[in-house]
Every structure is written in structure tokens, then in C-alpha cells.
Write a protein that binds this ligand. Structure first.
Ligand code: C2O
Length: 549
């Protein structure tokens, strides 16, 4: 591989959406941010210079960071933030991955505007396991707030209520024609007839899983989270925040229309308010013989049909279709035996309201979220440094429960005390431990899906189901042959998912719900994976420019 150099200048930029101009944080003045392109095996150096008054930090979402945990980026987990005027060089090598990932800020809610695609091409002379596409196009979903997003989450945390929902969903930063005052801000994909396009889909939205479809076209899924999958066709797909999916779009040889809508709208099963709106973009055929979109009013185009907003059966059915290639060239190295079993509950709960405060959360409390009833509190220093230098005292404890601290029964009466405990607790794993983790939605404040993301690893999704996980029966149905391999999985609403991985990457690895609001509320925890004995099984010392707290 070669070394690729990128420079990220974090600066303010005025951007107008929905007829309102606001100043946002950008990388190099671009929104969405610049694309990183590399080949499998390349080293990537990204020099970040912070020109704004906010602290920043960047995460290369889904990059394995084998022995390069110092470059992973979540603030207060692997590094202290990059302060105003400071510089930090993220330095990592892409090993064994190809496909689409994305980068985003990983501190407070700054990822609302600080995000961009990562394209990982196969090594030179290694073809895709599908026909070479005519063109490759990023399709990044995002969320736009007219208000300042830092103010949105700060107000929610102070009052204990849910944050204000976004004003629009976006495709490549554009809300599209179905929003007021937005017709000029529409993503348009110009295509030629009879060609295959590779759409690299990224859900960078903060708080919503999205259905996506292109009217009158079928999509073929070929990859998820930078791992090839067995191809399958679908008219509508579902993508959770933190997930990436590559799809092939075959254009019609003889289209009768020149323009078709593509659109995305939320899948939502949770509590409280949500944005029920639709972002649309345009697929435009470049053919002189049929009327172009300038003659066709967008309002006359047919909006594709979507599953219901709470379409949980669609979600379960769709996610069960993903399979690894699991062939000689791209094997699925699923751990066949398990050394450590974990059962984590994930869900919402409450924190008490302080004296002299009125809280607007459930029953006068503050919304909180937890894993195993522990709402994770970020330390004021970075866990990875603390761990590496053996200074854990007073920073974190290693007593994270392997099972929920409050006995759990999804089908029973919800507990009348929904209070969660706070703490900075981690699980310590010896190098190369094979892990099975069952993630169970608690549904204490209502059944809700949670896209759980693990840093530093891909995992295999060996099973999923509704209701309570049954540790006797359910494992007999696990797929240990060709389960999908990914970095973000939806814990089904009112159900569970089981994943397996081998702890072969030393470091401190964050795991959290990729709904930003749930992350803010504490639905997160960290794994510490110890060094192995061999030199290539150890985390090297930190780079000299690693920011200090
Ligand atoms: Cu994309 Cu910890 O996140």
C-alpha cells in the first residue's frame, strides 16, 4: 500500500438550508465534508487543525484500527479532544477491509455537520466480487437543524426532556423538494441508460434509522459496513445511523420517464416526538428523447411507497437477509466456540431530578439510557491513556456486570423504578478472547430499536429475535456459517440480537447506541482488550502529538 495524506482544517462556514443561513462547523469549508479514498492496505494520515472555539475529535467509523487505537478518535475514550489552535495527525492503516465507511466528529453533537465518506477500494488488480460498476456515487443521509445542535442537546440535558427533532433529513447535505423553501437544495444523480451504478449509502443521521428507495428501480445489496455480502435484491432498504451499505442500481435501457424520485424517511418505534418527513432526491436520465426534469414538475413525480413508520416486521425481515460471502476468497471467520458470554440489556431509563430543578422527562425525571442499568459517564481524561499508563485509579472501574444488575423480563411488567445507576465501568478482556454478546432491548420506556456500534472490531451477527432471549433454545438456531459481519447492528425493537467476535485488537474500544441522543443519555460502555504476548499483538505507545486534557 501507499500513504495518503489528508488535511482537515476545521473551520466555520455559513450554509443556507430551508431558507435560513447558519454558521456551522465544517472540514475545509465543505458540507458534507471531503471524501477520503484509499485502497485496502494503504496508510492514511489525516492532519486535523482546529480553527474553531469548540473542542473537536474525529472518528473513522468502522476502520478496524488494528494496533492503532490512538487514531480511533472518540473523545475521552481514546484521546483528549483537539483544542482550539491544536493539531493532531490520525495515522492508521486499512487492513482487510473494502467498501464504504464514513468519518465523523466524535464529541458532543458536532457530527451533525462534521461528517464525510470513506471509500475503500480493493487492492490493485483485485476485482469486486460483482460486475464492475460504470460509476460510484456516495449517498450520505444526514439531519439538518435550523437551530444550533449544541444548544439543542444542551437544553435537552438540562431539562431532562427529549431534544428537539431535526427540521429535515438530507441526502448529501440537501433536504430536497418536499420541504418548504428547499427545491433548489435537491440532490440530483444524472445517469445514463443501461448502466450499473454503485451507490455507497451512509447513514450519518443523528437519531433516525431510515428507509430508502428509488422509485421504479430495484437495488442489489452487495456490501455492508465494508464487508462484501451475498448479493440480494430489494426495492426498499433500511439503514441505521452508523451503518453503510453498497448497492448496485441498474438503470433502465429504455426509460419512459427522464426523472424518478429517490427518497428516505424514518423507521421509528421509540418514545416521544419524531420527524415524520421525507427527503427526496432525483435520478435523472441523460437522454434527449424524453422530457427532462426541467419540464416535469417534481410535485408530479410519484413518491415511492414505504413501510409504515413503525415497520418492525419489515426491519426484522430485511436485516435477516444479510449474509457474508463466506467463500474461499472472503471467508467468514466466525468464532465457533466461545470463551466469554455476555448478556447486556440496552434501553432507556431515568435519572433523578436535582433539588430546585424541574425536569421535563418521564414522570418529572430526566431521560437517561443505559447498558445493564449502568448509564456510562465519560471521564475528564482519556481512558486509553489512563489504561496504557496504568493510571485507572479514580478514572474507571472494571466491575461492569456481565448480566443486568436488575433481573430482566421483557414480557413481564416493567419495573416501577426506571432509575439507572451512573458510572464509568469497563469490561477487561484478555487478548484473543472469543466473545458472544447478547444485546437485549429492555423496552422499559417502550420498545425501541438501538443501532449498537462497536469500535475497533467487526462482529458476526449470529442471531436475532423478538421477546426475551432464551439461552437454551435460541443458540441452537444461531448461524455460525455465513452470518453478516458488521460494526453496527440494530437491536430489534422489543427483541435481542447475538453477536460474536474475537478480541484480537488491543486497546480501549467504545460500544454505544449510534442514536446520538441515546449516546448523550449514557447508552454506552467500553471494552479494554489487553495486549497479547507477541510484538504484533501489542498496542504501541501513543504518538507524541496526542492531545492532552
Ligand atoms: Cu460512528 Cu462511536 O461512532
Amino acid at each position: 500500500g501507499i500513504t495518503r495524506h489528508y488535511k482537515f482544517n476545521v473551520r466555520l462556514q455559513n450554509v443556507t438550508r430551508l431558507c435560513q443561513t447558519k454558521t456551522i462547523l465544517t472540514v475545509n469549508g465543505k458540507f458534507p465534508g471531503p471524501r477520503i479514498i484509499a485502497r485496502e492496505g494503504d496508510r492514511v494520515l489525516v492532519k486535523v487543525v482546529n480553527h474553531v472555539s469548540n473542542n473537536v475529535s474525529f472518528h473513522w467509523h468502522g476502520i478496524r484500527q488494528l494496533q492503532s487505537g490512538w487514531a480511533d478518535g472518540p473523545a475521552y475514550i481514546t484521546q483528549c479532544p483537539i483544542q482550539t489552535g491544536q493539531t493532531y495527525v490520525y495515522n492508521f492503516t486499512i487492513v482487510g477491509q473494502r467498501g464504504t465507511l464514513f468519518w465523523h466528529a466524535h464529541i458532543t453533537w458536532l457530527r451533525a455537520t462534521l461528517y464525510g465518506p470513506i471509500f475503500i477500494l480493493p487492492k490493485h488488480n483485485v476485482p469486486y466480487p460483482f460486475a464492475k460498476p460504470y460509476k460510484e456515487v456516495p449517498i450520505i443521509f444526514g439531519e439538518w437543524w435550523n437551530a444550533n445542535t449544541e444548544a439543542v442537546i444542551n437544553q435537552a440535558l438540562q431539562t431532562g426532556a427529549g431534544p428537539n427533532v431535526s427540521d429535515a433529513y438530507t441526502i448529501n447535505g440537501q433536504p430536497g423538494p418536499l420541504y418548504n423553501c428547499s427545491a433548489n437544495e435537491t440532490f440530483k444523480l444524472k445517469v445514463k441508460p443501461g448502466k450499473t451504478y454503485l451507490l455507497r449509502l451512509i447513514n450519518a443521521a443523528l437519531n433516525d434509522e431510515l428507509f430508502f428507495t428509488v422509485a421504479n428501480h430495484t437495488l442489489t445489496i452487495v456490501e455492508a459496513d465494508a464487508v462484501y455480502t451475498k448479493p440480494f435484491q430489494t426495492d426498499i432498504l433500511l439503514i441505521a445511523p452508523g451503518q453503510t451499505t453498497n448497492v448496485l442500481l441498474k438503470t433502465k435501457a429504455h426509460p419512459t420517464n427522464a426523472t424518478f424520485l429517490m427518497a428516505a424517511r424514518p423507521y421509528f418505534t421509540g418514545q416521544g416526538t419524531f420527524d415524520n418527513s421525507t427527503v427526496a432526491g432525483i435520478l435523472e436520465y441523460e437522454i434527449p428523447s424524453v422530457a427532462s426534469s426541467s419540464n416535469t414538475s417534481i410535485k408530479n413525480l410519484t413518491l415511492p411507497t414505504f413501510p409504515p413508520i413503525n415497520g418492525t416486521s419489515f426491519a426484522a425481515n430485511f436485516s435477516s437477509k444479510f449474509r457474508s460471502l463466506a467463500n474461499a476468497q472472503y471467508p467468514a471467520n466466525v468464532p465457533q466456540t466461545v470463551q466469554k458470554h455476555f448478556f447486556f440489556t440496552v434501553g432507556l431509563g431515568s435519572n433523578p431530578c436535582q433539588k430546585n430543578q424541574t425536569c421535563q422527562g418521564p414522570n418529572g425525571t430526566k431521560f437517561a439510557a443505559s447498558v445493564n442499568n449502568i448509564s456510562f459517564v465519560l471521564p475528564t481524561t482519556a481512558l486509553l491513556q489512563t489504561h496504557f499508563f496504568g493510571q485507572s485509579n479514580g478514572v474507571y472501574t472494571t466491575d461492569f456486570p456481565s448480566f443486568p444488575v436488575v433481573a430482566f423480563n421483557y414480557t413481564g411488567t416493567p419495573p416501577n423504578n426506571t432509575m439507572v445507576a451512573n458510572g464509568t465501568k469497563v469490561v477487561v478482556l484478555p487478548f484473543n478472547t472469543t466473545v458472544e454478546l447478547v444485546l437485549q432491548d429492555t423496552s422499559i420506556l417502550g420498545a425501541e430499536s438501538h443501532p449498537l456500534h462497536l469500535h475497533g472490531y467487526n462482529f458476526f451477527v449470529v442471531g436475532q429475535g423478538f421477546g426475551n432471549f432464551d439461552s437454551k433454545k435460541d443458540p441452537t438456531r444461531f448461524n455460525l456459517v455465513d452470518p453478516v459481519e458488521r460494526n453496527t447492528v440494530g437491536v430489534p425493537s422489543g427483541g435481542w440480537v447475538a453477536i460474536r467476535f474475537s478480541a484480537d485488537n488491543p486497546g480501549v474500544w467504545f460500544m454505544h447506541c449510534h442514536f446520538e441522543v441515546h449516546l448523550s443519555w449514557g447508552l454506552k460502555m467500553a471494552w479494554i482488550v489487553m495486549d497479547g504476548k507477541l510484538p504484533n499483538q501489542k498496542l504501541p505507545p501513543p504518538p507524541s502529538d496526542l492531545p492532552k486534557c
